[in-house]
Design a protein around this ligand. Structure first.
Ligand code: SF4
Ligand code: MG
Length: 314
């Protein structure tokens, strides 16, 4: 459905654009039909930059964005975008921020029906919205006159998903869709995505930082660190990570059967957009660091159907 080929993105910051930050460097992956691909990383790792590139909010600084094998990197006409958003939809992190507090929560769904001219008939529009709300477990009549402050984050997130579904998209880019939702309803939202994949063949790019969530819902996972893909493979790689960064994420997840003392000591550090990185992006924190890690970019090693970018596996 969608493919990124060697995509890099730099931002110029500061008064005269004097500070250059490398938000993504040489990222390549695709999302196939009916697949949930997880993008795992902490804030500042470049996950949302990827989502904005796919949603055509940002343009890559280099590399290509392909939709169904067609290079769409430089296409931004209004007619193209309108058609593109029938195929590619986004669901975002903050369910309250996604709704205008002055409007009822279903008004944006009626907007979609009107803007995309899904029907001109009011009764048919209601039926369409009712049906899509049912798919995500929301009763139309119960929310019809509600405003966002009267609903829970989980309910709003379901309505956001229903809104995205109205145009019958091929791909939903879900940027941290459960991180602001109560823990008890997170799995229900993830199950909606699994259902959409299984029943409708919809592809999902699931962006998040929580290992358990990502492992639960994803078919494949890409681990991002400072704008680079450092590890990639089936979701099971999270149970048996190879890259020291993925190991660190996994070991810093509290577990009831694992005493904290057993953890390897990682150097503290902050994931933030940096200038051009020479060597390994994780070198400043890695307990396995060798001299060449600082000066030479590690190779991507393919091993048992997975990939890891680290000198340890050369
Ligand atoms: Fe650690 Fe070196 Fe591997 Fe980077 S390349 S993760 S510094 S061992
Ligand atoms: Mg983000």
């Amino acid at each position: 459905i969608i493919e990124l080929r060697n995509v890099s993105k730099t931002f110029k910051l500061g008064l005269f654009g004097s500070t250059v930050v490398q938000a993504l460097s040489d990222v390549s992956f695709d999302v196939k039909k009916g697949e949930i691909v997880g993008l795992l990383g902490e804030s500042g790792s470049g996950k949302s930059t990827i989502s904005r590139i796919i949603l055509k909010v940002y343009k890559p600084s280099s590399g290509q964005l392909l939709f169904r094998d067609k290079d769409i990197t430089n296409i931004y006409s209004a007619s193209f975008l309108k058609n593109y958003y029938k195929h590619v939809q986004g669901v975002f992190q903050d369910p309250y921020g996604s709704f205008n507090p002055r409007r009822t929560v279903l008004e944006p769904l009626f907007d979609v029906v009107n803007n995309y001219e899904l029907t001109h008939d009011k009764v048919e529009a209601e039926g369409m919205i009712r049906q899509h709300l049912e798919m995500v477990g929301i009763n139309y009549d119960e929310v019809l006159h509600k405003h966002s402050h009267e609903l829970s984050g989980g309910q709003l997130q379901r309505i956001s998903i229903a809104r995205a579904l109205l145009v019958k998209p091929d791909l939903i880019v879900a940027d941290e869709p459960v991180s602001m939702v109560d823990a008890s309803t997170r799995v229900d939202i993830l199950n909606i995505f699994l259902d959409l994949k299984q029943k409708l063949g919809i592809s999902i790019l699931l962006i998040g930082h929580d290992l358990a969530t990502m492992h639960y819902a994803s078919d494949r996972i890409l681990v991002l660190y400072k704008g680079q893909v450092v590890e990639e493979g089936p979701a099971s790689i999270l149970l048996d990570p190879l890259h020291p960064y993925t190991k660190m994420l996994s070991e810093s997840t509290p577990s009831i059967d694992k005493p904290w003392e057993e953890k390897i000591k990682y150097r503290p550090g902050k994931v933030e957009f940096a200038g051009k990185i020479t060597g390994c992006p994780f070198a400043d924190r890695c307990p396995y660091r060798m001299d060449k890690c600082i000066t030479q970019a590690p190779p991507v090693i393919t091993k048992d159907g997975r990939k890891v970018k680290c000198w340890l596996y050369e």
